[in-house]
Structures are given as structure tokens and as C-alpha cells.
Design a protein around this ligand. Structure first.
Ligand SMILES: Cc1cc2nc3c(=O)[nH]c(=O)nc-3n(C[C@H](O)[C@H](O)[C@H](O)COP(=O)(O)OP(=O)(O)OC[C@H]3O[C@@H](n4cnc5c(N)ncnc54)[C@H](O)[C@@H]3O)c2cc1C
Length: 496
């Protein structure tokens, strides 16, 4: 008897869940290559996304490749030329230098506009969008991925050759693929408040740190002529547990910080404060499997140090396109065929993210907040007198430099040396003013007592923090062993 395999009817070649920068960006690239692509989006465009709205030069270069930077609306978006760093009463303003290979400085583009431009570009390239519809689950087999959808009361299924999860920080697809939601260790919480009628300048972004809000980072990004995006990104689980609600910390910063108060002036909130998680890269989790891939924040592609995610959403869309184009041509979508994408992502960003994640791991232990504030003070002092150093800091916040390039040995040694200078200055001050020395001595005793008490009261949690830190250090060390040229390292040490 001859057996005939029935021909499978697919609804599309590639079904993408989520139409943000990663999903619509990928749809644009695939449709431009003639691949039949459908995007399922639970919202309806134009839709908002809680964000700082900072679009880095690398993200803008990606938009440029997609022909999105030619529009009049793009020209109207605020171009950023300066960054202000604020810590207590200290501050520094850094003029941003533009790397030769990037066409623009960063811009502030409200996501309701930016994401709509990418969506329109994808539609124009030939992608199909199903909006107001949510993907609830999927199944995969050797021959297909089948996706369950819900739109109002209606439920239905679609069959595709390949399923791509581009559904952001709370990804349904990633949760099913990994069998769990992201661990607290790999998440930040972000809050955003839009303000109207604030003071300029509208080409400067401001970043604030303060002891009460630490390890939170506050921002004020100018939006249009007189608007602002004000917010905080905070590690969701600090240790010891922070009693204050993150929203309270943001409101207290807006009310009490003299620098932001001056900039807000007579400005007023334009809407309620809104929050959303920021999920970052866990090197142990899969990015692809049989007939399935993750891109953008669903894959954790976000820099924990800068909170930058738009550029990685767009970059991963382009990297995924290279693999998908080949898979569609050969009609092969096994885990092994899709692995070239995972390898590419790991080559490009895994070390950078592992290092940034390790750096975020330290401030998670609030016992050491005072030490971090001292390091930040040293960084601001150094940025005032050393342009190259200031550029590096600005580059990290602007998302222009990967942190592993920016936070090189030379940078770290400069910071430590500056820390030494700060200590020398305070030592001189103490000699001139012994009473002050006594205060500081008492402060030190207080600080050590606090550490000892906290370790004694909470040994389990401290042990967990130490274990997590060691594991994250081991991940970085693994990359270092693979990539670092020891001769170069020695040279840097000798030159410092
Ligand atoms: C407060 C805050 C500030 C930030 N600031 C910045 C910044 O200034 N610069 C920067 O570069 N990054 C910033 N980020 C990060 C940035 O917002 C994200 O990294 C970026 O949006 C990721 O893009 P994406 O396309 O992967 O996901 P998203 O933009 O989140 O898009 C996912 C899409 O999937 C849809 N979706 C979700 N689930 C489903 C489902 N089950 N079915 C169908 N559709 C679904 C959603 O509606 C959404 O449209 C910030 C994040 C936060 C929270």
C-alpha cells in the first residue's frame, strides 16, 4: 500500500506574537524579503508602551535602514546633545560626542509614535496584522506550530511553519517555552510619569541618583517643546527588602529634589504614573527551539545597566531575519536549524549583558548603598575633569557603547584613583577639622555595626545574595576566559 502524506496548509510562514519594535521590525524585514508573515497584537495601533522613550543612536541606525528616519515627524523628535548627572548637591553636564559610524545623537520619541512608524513600515512592506487579539498558548510538532488566539469572546487557532515570541517583558511565549515566569533576579520595575509645561533645555536628558531611592535610577527626558518623561527604574527585589513602595520613592524624588523641581517649574503631571516590568537576559534560558524563537524583550534583550531595550529589539529582529530567511528557503525549522540565531545573539550581547547584570547585582544588597554613593561621587568628580571618561559614562547611558567596552580596565582604574583622590580630600578636611573626623569615625562605626547586624539577622538572605553574586561573577569569568587578550590587559595595567 502506498502511503500519502497529506499536504499541510499553513496560515502563514511566520507568525509573530507582539507588534512592538521587535515584532514589527522582524515583520518588516521578513515581508521585505517576500516571506508570508502575520503579526498578532493584543492592542490596536497606535498604542502606548510604558518607556523612557529614549531611542539610542544604535536604534536610530536600525530605523534608518528601514527608511523610517526620512519622515517629517522624525525630524521633530527632540535630539539629545547633553546629559546631566545629579547626585545629592553635586552635578555634572556632559556634552555628548557622536561616534563617526552612527548617523544621529539619541532622540526622545514617545512610543505611541515610534512603534506606530515601525508598524506602518511593516504593513507597507506586506506584513499582515491581526490586532486586538491575544495569543494564549501554543503547541509545536515536527511539522508545525499551532497558536491559540482570543479576540473578545471569540477563540480560534492558526497554523504556522515558525512561531516567534516578540511579546515583551511579560511574554506568554517565553513563559511557556521556559516553563516559568522570569526570576526576580532578572527583572527591574519601571515607572513613568508624563509631565506638561516643564522648563528646558529640550536637548538635555537628566539622570539622578539619591541614597533614599538607591538602587533606583531616576530620569527626566524632554518630550517635544515643553513636555517631559519622568521615571524611575528600580531592581524589583532589593535586599534587605525595601519597605517603601517604588511609586512613593518617585513622588518623593519629584517633590524633594531641588534640581528636578527647578526643571519641572510650573509643569504638571499629564496623566497617572504607570509601571511595567523590565526583563533581562538569563543566559541559562533558551532563545529558540523546534519551530520557535524569541526576539526583543521576550528574549530578555535589554541592558540592565542602561535599561536600553529598543535597540536590542531592532537588532534581534535583523539577526533573526538572517536565520529565518535560510530556514524558509530550506523548509527546515528544527531546534538545530534555528540555533544559528541563538549563537549570533550570544556572540553579540551575552558578555555585555552578563557584565551589566553582575554590576546590577552589587547594589541589590542595600547594606552597601553608602559605598556605591561614594563610587558615584567619584565618577561625577572625574567626569568634570576628564572628557574621555565623561564620554564613556555618557556612552553607557546613551546606549552607544557596550558596557564591556566602556567599563574597561582603564575606566575602572580611573574611577578607583578618583575615589582615592576624594578620600585624600576628605582626609585633609578631617585634619583641618577634627570634630568632623569624629563624626565620620562614628559614621564608619555605625556603618560596620549595621552590616554586622544585618548579616546576623538575615543570614539566609545574605548567603543567597553571595551565592547569586558568585554565580553571576562565574558567568562573566567564563566569557572573559574565552575572549580576553591577556597581553592587552597587562598593557593597560602597566600604562595606568
Ligand atoms: C519604564 C520603562 C522605561 C524604559 N525606557 C527605555 C528607554 O528609554 N529606552 C529604551 O531603549 N528602552 C527602554 N525601556 C525598555 C523598552 O521599553 C523595551 O525593551 C522595548 O519595548 C522592547 O520591545 P519589544 O518589541 O521586545 O516589546 P514591547 O515593546 O513590549 O512589545 C510587545 C508587544 O507585544 C504585545 N503582546 C504582549 N503579549 C501578547 C500576547 N499574548 N498576544 C498578542 N500580543 C501580545 C504587546 O501589546 C506589545 O505591543 C523601558 C522600559 C520600561 C518599562
Amino acid at each position: 500500500m502506498i502511503s500519502v502524506t497529506p499536504k499541510i496548509i499553513y496560515d502563514c510562514d511566520v507568525l509573530i506574537v507582539g507588534g512592538g519594535p521587535a515584532g514589527s521590525g522582524l515583520a518588516f524585514h521578513l515581508a521585505s524579503k517576500g516571506i508570508k508573515v502575520t503579526v498578532v497584537e493584543s492592542a490596536v495601533f497606535p498604542r502606548d508602551k510604558i518607556c523612557g522613550d529614549g531611542v539610542s543612536p544604535i536604534a536610530l541606525a536600525e530605523l534608518d535602514k528601514m527608511g523610517i528616519t526620512g519622515a517629517d515627524e522624525f525630524e521633530k523628535a527632540n535630539e539629545i546633545n547633553k546629559v546631566g548627572l545629579f547626585l545629592k548637591d553635586d552635578k555634572v553636564f556632559i556634552d555628548l560626542s557622536k561616534p563617526d559610524y552612527l548617523p544621529y545623537h539619541a532622540r526622545i520619541i514617545p512610543r505611541i509614535e515610534l512603534d506606530n512608524w515601525i508598524y506602518e513600515a511593516a504593513k507597507k512592506a506586506g506584513a499582515t496584522f491581526i490586532q486586538g487579539t491575544t495569543v494564549t498558548e501554543y503547541t509545536t510538532s515536527e511539522n508545525a506550530a499551532v497558536v491559540s488566539l482570543k479576540s473578545g469572546d471569540k477563540t480560534f487557532k492558526l497554523k504556522t511553519k515558525l512561531l516567534v515570541g516578540a511579546d515583551g517583558a511579560n511574554s506568554t511565549i517565553a513563559r511557556q517555552l521556559h516553563g516559568r515566569k522570569p526570576k526576580d533576579d532578572y527583572q527591574l520595575l519601571g515607572l513613568r510619569a508624563y509631565y506638561d509645561n516643564v522648563n528646558g533645555p529640550n536637548d538635555r536628558v537628566d539622570i539622578y541618583f539619591n541614597e533614599d531611592g538607591f538602587p533606583g535610577i531616576f530620569w527626566m527626558f524632554p518630550k517635544g517643546a515643553t513636555g517631559a518623561n519622568i521615571g524611575i527604574a528600580m531592581i524589583s527585589k532589593t535586599f534587605p527588602v525595601k519597605p517603601d513602595h517604588v511609586k512613593k520613592i518617585l513622588l518623593s524624588h519629584i517633590e524633594n529634589n531641588e534640581d528636578i523641581k527647578e526643571r519641572i517649574g510650573d509643569g504638571e503631571p499629564a496623566e497617572k504614573i504607570k509601571g511595567w516590568p523590565i526583563t533581562f537576559f538569563n543566559p541559562k534560558q533558551k532563545l529558540s527551539d523546534n519551530r520557535i524563537m524569541l526576539v526583543g524583550e521576550a528574549a530578555g534583550l535589554i541592558n540592565p545597566l542602561s535599561g536600553d531595550g529598543i535597540q536590542y529589539a531592532l537588532l534581534s529582529a535583523r539577526w533573526a531575519t538572517e536565520t529565518i530567511e535560510q530556514c524558509v528557503a530550506e523548509d527546515r525549522f528544527s531546534a538545530q536549524d534555528l540555533d544559528t540565531y541563538t549563537v549570533k545573539v550570544k556572540e553579540e550581547v551575552a558578555f555585555d549583558f552578563a557584565l551589566s547584570n553582575l554590576l546590577v547585582q552589587f547594589p541589590r544588597n542595600k547594606t552597601f548603598t553608602k559605598m556605591w554613593i561614594k563610587i558615584l561621587t567619584a565618577m561625577i568628580a572625574k567626569a568634570k575633569v576628564d572628557k574621555e571618561y565623561a564620554d564613556t559614562i555618557a556612552g553607557i547611558f546613551e546606549g552607544t557603547y557596550p558596557s564591556y567596552k566602556a567599563l574597561n580596565l582603564s575606566f575602572i582604574l580611573k574611577t578607583l584613583k578618583q575615589g582615592g583622590v576624594e578620600l585624600t580630600n576628605s582626609f585633609e578636611a578631617h585634619i583641618k577639622n577634627p570634630e568632623k573626623s569624629l563624626d565620620t569615625g562614628m559614621e564608619m562605626v555605625d556603618f560596620l555595626t549595621k552590616i554586622i547586624t544585618e548579616v546576623k539577622d538575615n543570614p539566609k538572605a545574605h548567603l543567597k545574595w553571595i551565592t547569586d553574586t558568585v554565580l553571576k561573577t562565574a558567568t562573566v569569568a567564563k566569557h572573559l576566559v574565552k575572549t580576553v587578550d591577556m597581553e592587552k590587559v597587562n598593557k593597560v595595567f602597566r600604562s595606568e
